[in-house]
Design a protein around this ligand. Structure first.
Ligand code: GLY
Length: 386
Protein backbone atom coordinates (compact mmCIF):
# COMPACT_ATOMS: atom_id res chain seq x y z
CA UNK A 1 0.00 0.00 0.00
CA UNK A 2 1.22 3.47 -0.94
CA UNK A 3 0.94 6.19 1.69
CA UNK A 4 1.03 9.75 0.40
CA UNK A 5 0.97 12.66 2.80
CA UNK A 6 -0.38 16.16 2.42
CA UNK A 7 1.65 18.52 4.58
CA UNK A 8 1.53 22.08 5.81
CA UNK A 9 4.32 23.86 7.70
CA UNK A 10 6.20 20.55 7.97
CA UNK A 11 3.22 18.76 9.56
CA UNK A 12 1.12 15.97 8.00
CA UNK A 13 -2.43 17.32 7.64
CA UNK A 14 -3.98 14.49 5.63
CA UNK A 15 -2.96 11.01 4.53
CA UNK A 16 -3.89 9.12 1.37
CA UNK A 17 -3.65 5.34 1.23
CA UNK A 18 -3.65 3.75 -2.22
CA UNK A 19 -3.81 0.19 -3.28
CA UNK A 20 -4.96 -2.40 -0.77
CA UNK A 21 -8.23 -4.29 -0.71
CA UNK A 22 -11.07 -2.91 1.37
CA UNK A 23 -10.52 -5.17 4.42
CA UNK A 24 -7.61 -3.02 5.65
CA UNK A 25 -9.99 -0.06 6.00
CA UNK A 26 -11.05 -1.49 9.35
CA UNK A 27 -7.62 -1.02 10.91
CA UNK A 28 -7.46 2.57 9.64
CA UNK A 29 -10.71 3.23 11.49
CA UNK A 30 -9.56 1.54 14.71
CA UNK A 31 -8.02 4.69 16.26
CA UNK A 32 -11.38 6.50 16.03
CA UNK A 33 -13.84 5.67 18.77
CA UNK A 34 -17.00 7.20 17.30
CA UNK A 35 -17.36 6.65 13.56
CA UNK A 36 -20.45 7.65 11.56
CA UNK A 37 -20.71 6.48 7.95
CA UNK A 38 -22.54 8.30 5.15
CA UNK A 39 -22.81 6.42 1.86
CA UNK A 40 -24.18 7.27 -1.59
CA UNK A 41 -27.31 5.07 -1.95
CA UNK A 42 -26.46 4.20 -5.57
CA UNK A 43 -23.00 3.06 -4.56
CA UNK A 44 -24.52 1.01 -1.73
CA UNK A 45 -26.74 -0.79 -4.25
CA UNK A 46 -24.35 -1.21 -7.17
CA UNK A 47 -20.85 -1.57 -5.78
CA UNK A 48 -19.90 -4.93 -4.25
CA UNK A 49 -17.02 -3.28 -2.37
CA UNK A 50 -19.53 -0.87 -0.76
CA UNK A 51 -21.40 -3.91 0.49
CA UNK A 52 -18.16 -5.13 2.08
CA UNK A 53 -17.76 -1.67 3.66
CA UNK A 54 -21.31 -1.91 5.03
CA UNK A 55 -20.34 -5.26 6.60
CA UNK A 56 -17.24 -3.69 8.19
CA UNK A 57 -19.45 -0.88 9.57
CA UNK A 58 -21.97 -3.38 10.94
CA UNK A 59 -19.17 -5.33 12.56
CA UNK A 60 -17.85 -2.17 14.20
CA UNK A 61 -21.35 -1.02 15.22
CA UNK A 62 -20.99 2.17 13.16
CA UNK A 63 -24.27 4.05 12.47
CA UNK A 64 -24.88 4.48 8.75
CA UNK A 65 -26.84 6.88 6.58
CA UNK A 66 -27.61 6.70 2.86
CA UNK A 67 -27.87 9.87 0.78
CA UNK A 68 -28.98 10.66 -2.76
CA UNK A 69 -25.69 12.01 -4.11
CA UNK A 70 -26.97 13.69 -7.27
CA UNK A 71 -25.89 17.11 -8.58
CA UNK A 72 -29.45 18.42 -7.94
CA UNK A 73 -29.25 17.23 -4.38
CA UNK A 74 -25.84 18.79 -3.72
CA UNK A 75 -27.42 21.48 -1.56
CA UNK A 76 -27.40 22.96 1.93
CA UNK A 77 -30.60 20.95 2.60
CA UNK A 78 -28.67 17.68 2.22
CA UNK A 79 -25.84 19.05 4.38
CA UNK A 80 -28.39 20.03 7.06
CA UNK A 81 -29.93 16.57 6.80
CA UNK A 82 -26.50 14.99 7.45
CA UNK A 83 -25.91 17.37 10.40
CA UNK A 84 -29.38 16.54 11.80
CA UNK A 85 -28.63 12.83 11.54
CA UNK A 86 -25.27 13.29 13.32
CA UNK A 87 -27.05 15.21 16.10
CA UNK A 88 -29.82 12.59 16.42
CA UNK A 89 -27.18 9.87 16.71
CA UNK A 90 -25.25 11.65 19.41
CA UNK A 91 -22.16 12.53 17.35
CA UNK A 92 -19.80 14.50 19.55
CA UNK A 93 -16.67 16.58 18.99
CA UNK A 94 -14.58 13.39 18.82
CA UNK A 95 -16.66 11.89 15.97
CA UNK A 96 -15.16 10.80 12.65
CA UNK A 97 -17.57 10.99 9.71
CA UNK A 98 -16.69 8.56 6.93
CA UNK A 99 -17.96 9.38 3.42
CA UNK A 100 -18.30 6.52 0.94
CA UNK A 101 -19.08 7.63 -2.60
CA UNK A 102 -17.91 9.88 -5.41
CA UNK A 103 -17.04 13.56 -5.39
CA UNK A 104 -20.58 14.80 -4.67
CA UNK A 105 -20.69 12.62 -1.54
CA UNK A 106 -17.25 13.64 -0.29
CA UNK A 107 -17.90 17.34 -0.98
CA UNK A 108 -21.17 17.29 0.99
CA UNK A 109 -20.04 15.06 3.85
CA UNK A 110 -16.76 16.94 4.22
CA UNK A 111 -18.69 20.21 4.37
CA UNK A 112 -21.26 18.86 6.88
CA UNK A 113 -18.44 17.56 9.11
CA UNK A 114 -16.65 20.91 8.80
CA UNK A 115 -19.58 22.91 10.16
CA UNK A 116 -21.08 20.37 12.58
CA UNK A 117 -20.17 21.43 16.15
CA UNK A 118 -17.68 23.85 14.54
CA UNK A 119 -15.91 21.00 12.81
CA UNK A 120 -15.44 17.29 13.45
CA UNK A 121 -13.01 14.92 11.74
CA UNK A 122 -13.88 13.16 8.51
CA UNK A 123 -12.41 10.61 6.10
CA UNK A 124 -13.20 9.40 2.60
CA UNK A 125 -13.49 6.17 0.68
CA UNK A 126 -13.80 7.52 -2.90
CA UNK A 127 -15.68 5.19 -5.23
CA UNK A 128 -15.08 6.86 -8.62
CA UNK A 129 -11.83 7.37 -10.50
CA UNK A 130 -12.55 11.11 -10.56
CA UNK A 131 -12.83 11.32 -6.79
CA UNK A 132 -9.80 9.06 -6.27
CA UNK A 133 -7.49 11.29 -8.29
CA UNK A 134 -9.11 14.66 -7.62
CA UNK A 135 -12.24 15.38 -5.57
CA UNK A 136 -11.31 13.40 -2.45
CA UNK A 137 -7.77 14.85 -2.34
CA UNK A 138 -6.94 18.34 -1.11
CA UNK A 139 -9.83 19.26 1.17
CA UNK A 140 -12.21 21.17 -1.08
CA UNK A 141 -15.74 20.68 0.26
CA UNK A 142 -19.01 22.36 -0.60
CA UNK A 143 -22.42 22.49 -2.24
CA UNK A 144 -24.16 24.23 -5.14
CA UNK A 145 -26.21 27.38 -4.49
CA UNK A 146 -28.32 29.63 -6.73
CA UNK A 147 -27.21 27.91 -9.94
CA UNK A 148 -23.51 28.19 -9.03
CA UNK A 149 -21.55 24.98 -8.61
CA UNK A 150 -19.66 24.55 -5.31
CA UNK A 151 -20.14 28.23 -4.41
CA UNK A 152 -20.63 27.49 -0.67
CA UNK A 153 -17.88 25.51 0.99
CA UNK A 154 -14.63 25.40 2.89
CA UNK A 155 -11.17 23.93 2.40
CA UNK A 156 -10.60 21.50 5.25
CA UNK A 157 -8.56 18.30 5.08
CA UNK A 158 -9.90 14.78 5.67
CA UNK A 159 -8.04 12.71 8.26
CA UNK A 160 -7.39 10.23 5.48
CA UNK A 161 -8.56 9.12 2.05
CA UNK A 162 -8.61 5.38 1.52
CA UNK A 163 -8.33 4.49 -2.16
CA UNK A 164 -9.31 0.96 -3.08
CA UNK A 165 -8.91 0.63 -6.88
CA UNK A 166 -11.09 -2.51 -6.78
CA UNK A 167 -14.20 -0.27 -6.42
CA UNK A 168 -13.62 0.83 -10.02
CA UNK A 169 -14.63 -2.63 -11.26
CA UNK A 170 -18.28 -1.66 -10.82
CA UNK A 171 -17.86 1.90 -12.13
CA UNK A 172 -19.57 2.37 -15.53
CA UNK A 173 -17.22 2.92 -18.47
CA UNK A 174 -18.45 6.47 -19.06
CA UNK A 175 -17.75 7.48 -15.44
CA UNK A 176 -14.35 5.83 -15.65
CA UNK A 177 -13.53 7.96 -18.71
CA UNK A 178 -14.65 11.10 -16.85
CA UNK A 179 -12.15 10.30 -14.12
CA UNK A 180 -9.50 9.54 -16.74
CA UNK A 181 -9.87 13.14 -17.99
CA UNK A 182 -8.95 14.48 -14.52
CA UNK A 183 -6.06 12.03 -14.30
CA UNK A 184 -4.69 13.18 -17.66
CA UNK A 185 -5.17 16.80 -16.54
CA UNK A 186 -3.01 16.15 -13.50
CA UNK A 187 -0.23 14.63 -15.61
CA UNK A 188 -0.39 17.46 -18.17
CA UNK A 189 0.24 19.81 -15.23
CA UNK A 190 3.27 18.04 -13.80
CA UNK A 191 4.16 14.57 -14.96
CA UNK A 192 4.93 14.09 -18.67
CA UNK A 193 6.19 10.50 -18.17
CA UNK A 194 3.02 9.28 -16.52
CA UNK A 195 0.94 11.20 -19.08
CA UNK A 196 2.42 8.93 -21.79
CA UNK A 197 1.94 5.84 -19.64
CA UNK A 198 -1.67 6.79 -18.85
CA UNK A 199 -2.55 7.49 -22.50
CA UNK A 200 -1.04 4.10 -23.44
CA UNK A 201 -3.01 2.21 -20.78
CA UNK A 202 -6.30 4.08 -21.26
CA UNK A 203 -6.04 3.61 -25.02
CA UNK A 204 -5.46 -0.13 -24.61
CA UNK A 205 -8.49 -0.38 -22.25
CA UNK A 206 -10.63 1.71 -24.62
CA UNK A 207 -9.71 -0.49 -27.60
CA UNK A 208 -10.53 -3.63 -25.64
CA UNK A 209 -13.87 -2.15 -24.53
CA UNK A 210 -15.22 -0.83 -27.84
CA UNK A 211 -15.06 -4.18 -29.65
CA UNK A 212 -17.35 -5.90 -27.12
CA UNK A 213 -21.07 -6.26 -28.03
CA UNK A 214 -23.27 -3.83 -26.08
CA UNK A 215 -25.12 -6.50 -24.10
CA UNK A 216 -21.83 -7.84 -22.64
CA UNK A 217 -20.17 -4.45 -22.21
CA UNK A 218 -20.72 -3.87 -18.45
CA UNK A 219 -19.47 -7.31 -17.44
CA UNK A 220 -16.56 -7.13 -19.85
CA UNK A 221 -15.59 -3.66 -18.59
CA UNK A 222 -15.46 -4.91 -15.02
CA UNK A 223 -13.08 -7.73 -16.07
CA UNK A 224 -11.02 -5.24 -18.10
CA UNK A 225 -10.54 -2.95 -15.06
CA UNK A 226 -9.65 -5.94 -12.92
CA UNK A 227 -7.14 -7.23 -15.51
CA UNK A 228 -5.43 -3.83 -15.72
CA UNK A 229 -5.52 -3.04 -11.96
CA UNK A 230 -1.77 -3.52 -11.54
CA UNK A 231 -1.06 -0.85 -14.18
CA UNK A 232 -3.89 1.46 -13.10
CA UNK A 233 -3.08 1.54 -9.37
CA UNK A 234 0.41 3.12 -9.76
CA UNK A 235 -1.09 5.74 -12.08
CA UNK A 236 -3.74 6.62 -9.49
CA UNK A 237 -0.98 6.88 -6.87
CA UNK A 238 1.12 9.05 -9.21
CA UNK A 239 -1.78 11.43 -9.85
CA UNK A 240 -2.45 11.64 -6.09
CA UNK A 241 1.25 12.36 -5.51
CA UNK A 242 1.20 15.28 -7.96
CA UNK A 243 -1.96 16.74 -6.41
CA UNK A 244 -0.75 16.15 -2.84
CA UNK A 245 2.47 18.02 -3.66
CA UNK A 246 0.61 21.00 -5.10
CA UNK A 247 -1.87 21.13 -2.19
CA UNK A 248 1.00 20.86 0.31
CA UNK A 249 2.60 23.92 -1.26
CA UNK A 250 -0.62 25.92 -1.66
CA UNK A 251 -3.48 24.47 0.37
CA UNK A 252 -5.78 27.50 0.08
CA UNK A 253 -5.39 28.15 -3.66
CA UNK A 254 -3.59 31.48 -3.50
CA UNK A 255 -1.29 30.57 -6.39
CA UNK A 256 0.05 27.23 -7.58
CA UNK A 257 -3.09 25.23 -6.73
CA UNK A 258 -4.90 27.19 -9.46
CA UNK A 259 -2.97 25.01 -11.92
CA UNK A 260 -5.36 22.20 -11.00
CA UNK A 261 -8.09 24.21 -12.71
CA UNK A 262 -6.53 23.48 -16.12
CA UNK A 263 -9.41 23.38 -18.61
CA UNK A 264 -11.96 24.09 -15.86
CA UNK A 265 -13.00 27.64 -16.78
CA UNK A 266 -14.10 26.30 -20.16
CA UNK A 267 -15.48 23.14 -18.55
CA UNK A 268 -17.67 25.07 -16.09
CA UNK A 269 -19.00 27.20 -18.94
CA UNK A 270 -19.77 24.04 -20.96
CA UNK A 271 -21.56 22.49 -17.97
CA UNK A 272 -23.58 25.68 -17.37
CA UNK A 273 -24.62 25.85 -21.03
CA UNK A 274 -25.49 22.13 -21.03
CA UNK A 275 -27.77 22.63 -17.99
CA UNK A 276 -29.41 25.61 -19.67
CA UNK A 277 -29.84 23.65 -22.92
CA UNK A 278 -31.41 20.79 -20.98
CA UNK A 279 -34.02 23.17 -19.59
CA UNK A 280 -34.72 25.25 -22.68
CA UNK A 281 -33.21 23.65 -25.79
CA UNK A 282 -34.18 20.78 -28.06
CA UNK A 283 -32.59 18.27 -25.68
CA UNK A 284 -29.94 16.96 -28.12
CA UNK A 285 -27.82 14.69 -25.87
CA UNK A 286 -24.47 16.00 -27.13
CA UNK A 287 -25.50 19.42 -25.76
CA UNK A 288 -27.31 18.39 -22.59
CA UNK A 289 -25.70 15.24 -21.29
CA UNK A 290 -22.09 16.12 -20.48
CA UNK A 291 -20.32 14.88 -17.35
CA UNK A 292 -17.78 17.02 -15.47
CA UNK A 293 -14.84 14.95 -16.72
CA UNK A 294 -16.12 15.10 -20.30
CA UNK A 295 -16.36 18.90 -20.00
CA UNK A 296 -12.80 18.98 -18.59
CA UNK A 297 -11.56 17.03 -21.63
CA UNK A 298 -13.17 19.62 -23.92
CA UNK A 299 -11.79 22.43 -21.75
CA UNK A 300 -8.25 21.03 -21.98
CA UNK A 301 -8.42 20.96 -25.78
CA UNK A 302 -9.47 24.64 -25.74
CA UNK A 303 -6.74 25.46 -23.21
CA UNK A 304 -4.24 23.82 -25.57
CA UNK A 305 -5.42 26.01 -28.47
CA UNK A 306 -5.25 29.14 -26.29
CA UNK A 307 -1.74 28.16 -25.16
CA UNK A 308 -0.56 27.72 -28.74
CA UNK A 309 -1.98 31.14 -29.68
CA UNK A 310 -0.15 32.79 -26.77
CA UNK A 311 3.16 30.89 -26.60
CA UNK A 312 3.73 29.90 -30.22
CA UNK A 313 1.58 32.29 -32.22
CA UNK A 314 0.04 29.17 -33.78
CA UNK A 315 -3.23 30.47 -35.26
CA UNK A 316 -4.41 27.19 -36.80
CA UNK A 317 -7.59 25.49 -35.61
CA UNK A 318 -6.91 22.98 -34.28
CA UNK A 319 -3.47 24.16 -33.23
CA UNK A 320 -0.60 21.63 -33.06
CA UNK A 321 -0.90 21.12 -29.27
CA UNK A 322 -4.69 21.02 -29.44
CA UNK A 323 -4.42 18.38 -32.16
CA UNK A 324 -2.04 16.27 -30.09
CA UNK A 325 -4.08 16.47 -26.89
CA UNK A 326 -7.36 15.92 -28.76
CA UNK A 327 -5.92 12.83 -30.43
CA UNK A 328 -4.80 11.46 -27.05
CA UNK A 329 -8.21 12.19 -25.50
CA UNK A 330 -10.00 10.41 -28.36
CA UNK A 331 -7.63 7.45 -27.98
CA UNK A 332 -8.73 7.26 -24.33
CA UNK A 333 -12.45 7.32 -25.22
CA UNK A 334 -13.02 11.04 -24.58
CA UNK A 335 -14.50 13.61 -26.96
CA UNK A 336 -12.37 16.80 -27.05
CA UNK A 337 -14.85 18.84 -29.14
CA UNK A 338 -17.10 21.27 -27.27
CA UNK A 339 -20.65 21.41 -28.67
CA UNK A 340 -20.73 25.14 -27.77
CA UNK A 341 -18.68 27.82 -29.47
CA UNK A 342 -16.49 30.27 -27.61
CA UNK A 343 -18.98 33.13 -27.96
CA UNK A 344 -21.64 31.00 -26.29
CA UNK A 345 -19.20 30.18 -23.49
CA UNK A 346 -18.13 33.77 -22.92
CA UNK A 347 -21.15 34.84 -20.83
CA UNK A 348 -20.87 31.82 -18.56
CA UNK A 349 -17.12 32.41 -18.18
CA UNK A 350 -17.75 36.00 -17.09
CA UNK A 351 -19.75 34.57 -14.18
CA UNK A 352 -17.13 32.00 -13.15
CA UNK A 353 -16.58 32.26 -9.40
CA UNK A 354 -12.83 32.17 -10.03
CA UNK A 355 -12.97 35.41 -12.07
CA UNK A 356 -11.32 38.21 -10.08
CA UNK A 357 -11.45 41.87 -11.13
CA UNK A 358 -12.80 41.02 -14.59
CA UNK A 359 -9.87 38.66 -15.26
CA UNK A 360 -9.82 34.90 -15.10
CA UNK A 361 -6.75 32.91 -14.03
CA UNK A 362 -6.25 30.76 -17.13
CA UNK A 363 -3.93 27.78 -16.98
CA UNK A 364 -1.86 27.50 -20.14
CA UNK A 365 0.15 24.51 -21.35
CA UNK A 366 3.78 25.21 -22.28
CA UNK A 367 4.31 21.53 -23.00
CA UNK A 368 2.97 18.28 -21.53
CA UNK A 369 4.06 18.33 -17.87
CA UNK A 370 4.66 22.09 -17.78
CA UNK A 371 1.89 24.65 -17.33
CA UNK A 372 1.80 28.36 -16.53
CA UNK A 373 -0.88 30.68 -15.22
CA UNK A 374 -1.89 33.87 -16.92
CA UNK A 375 -4.64 36.38 -16.06
CA UNK A 376 -6.74 37.10 -19.13
CA UNK A 377 -10.09 38.76 -19.67
CA UNK A 378 -12.81 36.60 -21.14
CA UNK A 379 -12.95 38.97 -24.12
CA UNK A 380 -9.22 38.47 -24.78
CA UNK A 381 -9.69 34.71 -24.63
CA UNK A 382 -12.64 34.81 -27.03
CA UNK A 383 -10.66 36.98 -29.46
CA UNK A 384 -7.64 34.65 -29.30
CA UNK A 385 -9.69 31.50 -29.80
CA UNK A 386 -11.86 32.86 -32.61
N1 GLY B 1 -10.14 20.13 -8.15
C1 GLY B 1 -9.15 21.13 -8.06
C2 GLY B 1 -8.61 21.30 -6.67
O1 GLY B 1 -8.85 20.50 -5.80
O2 GLY B 1 -7.93 22.29 -6.42
Amino acid sequence: MDEINICSSGRVISRVFVGDGIAALEEHLDPYRHVFAVMDSNVAMQCPVAQEIAEIMNHKGVPGKLIDASEDNKTMDTVMDICGWLLDNGADRDALVLAVGGGITSDMVGFAASIYKRGVRFAYVPTTLLSQVDAAIGGKTGVNFENYKNILGVIRQPEFTYICPQVLESLPYRDFCSGAAEMLKTFIIEDAGNYETAVGLLNAMHKEYVIVPEQDAAEYWSDCVSAHACELTPLIAAAVRVKAGIVSRDQFEKGERRKLNLGHTFAHAIETLARREAMTGDGAPEKTDITHGEAVAMGMALAARLSDRIFRNDMDTPSALEERISEDLRACGLNPDSPFDVEEMSQAMHKDKKAEGGKVHFVLIRSIGDVAMQDLTVDEVCRLLA
